[in-house]
Design a protein around this ligand. Structure first.
Ligand code: ASP
Length: 352
């Protein structure tokens, strides 16, 4: 009996060892890229203090993901943890700080994707989940579905023990003001007709400013795995249960170890129509295009050609990164190490 046990244990440990050695190939290279939304970011209205605040918010998120990747942790854990930090920061339109719907409530969308297995999870239109990205990951790992919405998604998250909050948790005065401005703009045509053209033009200019924001992270870990995560409050003044691109796998969020991990931000309706993230991946996989060419073509040409705007962050399987945007600015940053022993390179940017 004891001999049999010994044989079984030896076989098990050999198998375990074999699995560990085949799945663990440290390249020493890791990359984390983040965004905090794209839009009309007017440099002249940006005080140094405000700029510092945003940059420090982005930096805190980068540090959290970096700490995971640096220890040899996986890309999926890094993007989830990074996005969670951004969701908890009221400066960004995701989690606390999300924009308001036309009805004056916050409805959140999020998605996560594992490039190694192509597993994905999303949630849409939720009002009581503190960190939507964690719920999206639970959908991926603990349900047989990919996308859950509304009350069902909330019931699922609560059953998983995920932190739930009262909808009032998401209130911020800034976003509330943004909704009031957006509602005024709803009457733009009436204003124009009434001859108040100058005011109408001013409101029109503000339109894009209040519209956007989203947070996201993409990562390549030392094992060669890619992952992407996106979380958003969507667009200010959205109506009728509107869902944007962020939680739609292939549009606002996508990761595939054969190609690239992408998280988008911008006017979701256009990203949906272009199937943005998967289109870039397909150009790379089937058209032999580089990440730079594929992402520039989609974001700088096809997106504006349709009338949309926004940007994205991407990292490919070789660690190349791209951060194209066709708006005035995009909150963005990256941290990367090219190989073992190399210096860590970090940058955080807002404007062009
Ligand atoms: N893409 C998001 C949406 O349309 C918004 C944004 O990224 O600013 O819901």
């Amino acid at each position: 009996m004891r001999t049999l046990l010994c044989i079984i244990m030896t076989v098990c440990s050999v198998t375990l060892f074999a699995q560990q050695t085949t799945t663990t190939s440290y390249t020493g290279k890791y990359v984390l890229v983040i965004h905090g939304g794209a839009g009309t970011l007017n440099k002249s209205q940006f005080t140094p203090a405000l700029e510092a605040k945003y940059k420090s918010g982005l930096d805190s998120a980068l540090q959290v993901g970096y700490a995971i990747l640096e220890k040899g942790g996986n890309a999926l854990d890094a993007v989830e943890a990074t996005v969670k930090v951004l969701e908890n920061n009221p400066l960004f339109n995701a989690g606390k700080g999300a924009v308001f719907t036309n009805e004056g409530i916050n409805e959140l969308d999020a998605a996560i994707m594992d490039g190694k297995t192509l597993a994905a999870g999303s949630i849409a239109g939720v009002r009581t989940i503190k960190n939507p990205i964690t719920a999206a990951r639970a959908v991926m790992e603990k349900s047989e579905h990919v996308l859950l919405s509304g009350r069902g998604a909330e019931a699922f998250a609560a059953a998983q023990g995920i932190e739930m909050v009262d909808p009032s948790y998401f209130y911020t005065p800034e976003r509330w003001k943004g909704l009031q401005r957006a509602k005024q703009r709803d009457s733009l045509d009436a204003l124009k007709k009434a001859g108040q053209t100058a005011y109408a033009v001013e409101l029109d200019e503000q339109r894009r400013k209040d519209k956007y924001g989203t947070v996201g992270a993409v990562a390549l870990d030392v094992h060669g795995n890619l992952a992407a995560a996106t979380s958003t409050g969507g667009m200010t003044n959205k109506k009728w249960g509107r869902i944007g691109d962020a939680p739609i796998i292939g549009s606002g969020t996508y990761a595939n170890n054969n190609t690239v991990a992408i998280s988008c931000t911008g006017w979701g309706e256009y990203f949906l129509r272009l199937v943005m993230a998967k289109s870039i991946s397909d150009r790379m996989e089937f058209g032999g295009q580089s990440l730079a060419l594929a992402s520039e073509t989609l974001v700088m040409k096809e997106l504006p050609a349709l009338g949309g705007d926004g940007g994205l962050i991407a990292v490919d399987k070789n660690g190349n990164i791209a951060l194209p945007f066709c708006t005035e600015g995009m909150y963005r940053g990256f941290i990367k190490k090219e190989k073992q022993g190399a210096a860590v390179v970090k940058d955080i940017l807002i404007f062009k």
